[in-house]
Design a binder for this molecule. Structure first.
Ligand code: NAP
Length: 276
C-alpha cells in the first residue's frame, strides 16, 4: 500500500492554526496533524474537531524545544517517509498594553517567531517530499516593519542575495540593539512582532531560492503569507475575520495543485502575491 500523504500544522490547538487544520481535514487527500506544544490543549482541540465529524491526528510539537522538533521529524520520516504539507503557524505576540521592557519583548518574540521557526525549517525542509508545500504564516506587520527600517536594512531585506547567515545575524543584532535601547538610532522600527515577521518573510524568500537551486526537480512550493486581521486570542475580538476566513490564504497555498509553478518564494495575502 502506498504511504498516505500527510499535512502538519504547528500551533494549531486554537486560532488560525486550528481553522487551517479544519479546512485541510475537508480538502487535503491524506492525514492531517494538529500539532500543539501542550498535549492537553492539543488533544482537546482534536476531540472538538472530531465532534464536527472530522478526523485530525495529534502530534506534540513545541517549536522552541529542539528535542520535540526532532522527535516529530523522526515520527513523520518513519511513518510517512516525510511531510507533504507543512504550515508553520505557531507564533506569539505581546499585547499592545504589555509593559515588559522592549528588549525583553524583542528577545522573547524573536525566539519563537523567527529563531524557532527557522529551526523548524532546518529540521523539516529536508524531509518535505517532492511536490510538497510549505506555508509560513507571517504578517503584513512584517511588511510595515520593513518599510520603517533604515534604507540600508530595507535594501538587505529586499535583496536576492541575502543568506540565512546574514539574516540570522541581522535578527540577532535587532535583539541586542533593542536590549541596549539603541535599536531606533540603528535603523530598526519599535515593533518586535513586526521585525520577527519581516525576518520570517525574508527567510521564506531565502528558503524558496535554495529549494530551486538544490532540489529543482522536486517542485516544492514555499511561500509566506498574511491571514488578514483575525479574531483570535492574539488579535482580539475586534478583528475583521473569523478564524475560518483567516485560514483561506494559508490553505490556498497549502493546496496549490500538483504541477503549479507558483507562487513560490512570495509574500501572499488574500490569495494574491504582494510586493516586497
Ligand atoms: P493564537 O490564537 O495566539 O494562536 C497561536 C498558536 O501558536 C497557539 O496554538 C499557541 O499555542 C501556538 N504556539 C505559540 N508558541 C508555540 C510554540 N513554542 N510551539 C508550538 N506552538 C506554539 O494566534 P493566531 O492569531 O491564531 O496566530 C496564528 C498565526 O497567524 C501566527 O503566526 C500569527 O503571527 C499570525 N497572524 C495572525 C493575525 C491575526 O490577526 N490573528 C494576523 C497576522 C498574522 P498555546 O495555545 O500553547 O499558546
Amino acid at each position: 500500500m502506498a504511504t498516505p500523504k500527510v499535512a502538519l500544522v504547528t500551533g494549531s490547538n486554537k486560532g488560525i492554526g486550528l481553522a487551517v487544520v479544519r479546512a485541510l481535514c475537508k480538502q487535503f487527500p491524506g492525514d492531517v496533524f494538529l500539532a500543539a506544544r501542550d498535549v492537553g490543549r492539543g488533544t482537546a482541540a482534536v476531540e472538538n474537531l472530531k465532534a464536527e465529524g472530522l478526523k485530525p491526528l495529534f502530534q506534540q510539537l513545541d517549536i522552541t524545544d529542539p528535542q520535540s522538533v526532532r522527535a516529530a521529524r523522526d515520527y513523520f520520516k518513519e511513518n510517512y517517509g516525510g511531510v507533504d504539507v507543512l504550515v508553520n503557524n505557531a507564533a506569539i505576540a505581546f499585547k499592545m498594553a504589555d509593559t515588559t521592557p522592549f528588549g525583553t519583548q524583542a528577545e522573547v518574540t524573536l525566539r519563537t517567531n523567527f529563531f524557532a521557526t527557522m529551526d523548524m525549517c532546518q529540521v523539516f525542509l529536508p524531509i518535505i517530499k517532492a511536490g510538497g508545500r510549505v506555508v509560513n504564516v507571517s504578517s503584513v506587520m512584517g511588511s510595515i516593519a520593513l518599510s520603517k527600517c533604515s534604507a540600508e536594512l530595507q535594501a538587505r531585506f529586499r535583496s536576492d542575495d541575502i543568506t540565512e547567515e546574514e539574516l540570522t545575524a541581522l535578527m540577532e543584532r535587532f535583539v541586542k540593539e533593542a536590549q541596549e535601547d539603541v535599536h531606533s538610532q540603528r535603523g530598526w522600527p519599535s515593533t518586535a512582532y513586526g521585525v520577527s515577521k519581516t525576518g520570517l518573510t525574508v527567510l521564506s524568500r531565502i528558503h524558496a531560492r535554495r529549494l530551486r537551486q538544490e532540489r529543482p526537480q522536486d517542485q516544492i512550493l514555499l511561500n509566506a503569507c498574511c491571514p488578514g486581521w483575525v479574531r483570535t486570542d492574539m488579535a482580539g475580538p475586534n478583528a475583521t475575520k473569523s478564524p475560518d476566513e483567516g485560514a483561506v490564504t494559508p490553505v490556498y497555498l497549502a493546496m496549490l495543485p500538483a504541477g503549479a509553478e507558483g507562487p513560490h518564494g512570495q509574500f501572499v495575502s488574500e490569495k494574491t502575491v504582494q510586493p516586497w
